[in-house]
Design a protein around this ligand. Structure first.
Ligand code: UDP
Ligand code: MG
Length: 310
């Protein structure tokens, strides 16, 4: 298998036939072995029926059905897991991405890039949608240090190992370039066509922006400190503990050998305080370390449940 197309689908019954036809046309022209993986993320319309009809007459289709709506990230993750192609291309089902761009992505991969990300230079969404995205893109770029223009574009091409090493969960698909950069992928961006939504409506509202910003903090912590939280908290904790201990020993020495009055001394307060802060910080570091271990353990846990695969 050379190419796998991965598409998360949630209540897109109207868009599917057109998507299928335009995708097929492009893929056939490539003269490569391909598969199309469509993940039905718990749709409540006739999406699964439409997919089943398409599947019945086309062996290049793989359709996966979740038991309920697990979200776009989970649907993408399931698609990546089941993809067998050397190159994996993800895109939306709603025809906002254009399959016609696929050959450009493939030529960038052939040039040696590991991840090619689409850039919707002429994005056809409302200002209400675009404005929060501008802020989010700027923020994500600043914080993660991976500066691309359009994190949110679903149309991306991955070398197989990149997609399979992402460990997606939550709303993580929005940070894919940052996660991929961490794993050592060579990343580039190319401008893509973008169309207004023709059928149905967007599955997201404004609240998404806030969720993205909260996720960003977690991602930053995971990428930079996650493997060494004890170092992060432990060093200041240890400094504080040692200073506090030294002060208390010094004061005890004065008390025992010179019978000094300690009650009036601000130094006593400082010493005791530093001692406590030190202990607190080190315990916090240990807790974070435990958390981190648990986090890595649970990576094996699936983030979705599949009802059926054909
Ligand atoms: N999607 C999904 N699960 C969800 C929400 C969306 O699989 O819970 C799919 C949806 O069918 C589409 C893609 O993810 O293929 C992007 O969704 P949408 O077009 O609503 O997002 P927007 O383009 O407005 O960012
Ligand atoms: Mg869309």
């Amino acid at each position: 298998m050379e190419i796998s197309i991965v598409i998360p689908v949630y209540n897109e019954e109207q868009a599917l036939p057109k998507l299928y036809n335009s995708l097929k046309k492009v893929l056939e022209s490539l003269q490569k072995k391909y598969e199309i993986i469509l993940v039905d993320d718990g749709s409540t319309d006739r999406t699964w029926e439409v997919l089943s009809v398409l599947r019945a007459k086309d062996d290049s289709l793989k359709i996966i059905r979740f038991t309920r709506n697990f979200g776009q990230t989970a649907a993408i993750a399931a698609g990546f897991y089941h993809a067998q192609g050397e190159v994996i291309i993800a895109m939306d089902a709603d025809l906002q991405n254009d399959p016609v761009d696929i050959p450009y992505f493939l030529s960038k991969i052939e040039e040696g890039y590991d991840l090619v990300s689409g850039w919707r230079k002429n994005r056809k969404d409302s200002l209400k949608r675009k404005f929060p995205s501008w802020i989010a893109n700027w923020l994500i770029g600043k914080i993660t240090g991976v500066k691309i223009h359009d994190y949110g574009c679903s149309l991306k091409a991955y070398r197989s190992w990149v997609a399979k090493n992402l460990h997606l969960y939550g709303e993580m698909h929005r940070f894919i370039p940052a996660l991929a950069a961490w794993s050592g992928a060579k990343i580039t961006e190319i401008p893509v066509r973008h169309h207004p939504r023709q059928f149905g409506k967007t599955k997201y509202g404004l609240s998404r922006t806030f969720k993205v910003i909260l996720d960003l903090i977690t991602v930053k912590f995971l990428l930079s400190y996650a493997t060494k939280p004890l170092h992060f908290f432990g060093l200041p904790g240890l400094c504080s503990l040692v200073t506090g201990l030294a002060i208390c020993l010094y004061l005890s020495f004065l008390k025992i050998f010179f019978h000094a009055q300690l009650a009036q001394r601000p130094l006593l307060l400082l010493g005791v305080l530093l001692l406590f802060i030190g202990v607190q910080f080190i315990s916090l570091g240990l807790l974070a370390e435990m958390n981190m271990r648990i986090y890595h353990e649970t990576q094996k846990k699936p983030i979705y449940v599949i009802r059926e695969i054909r």
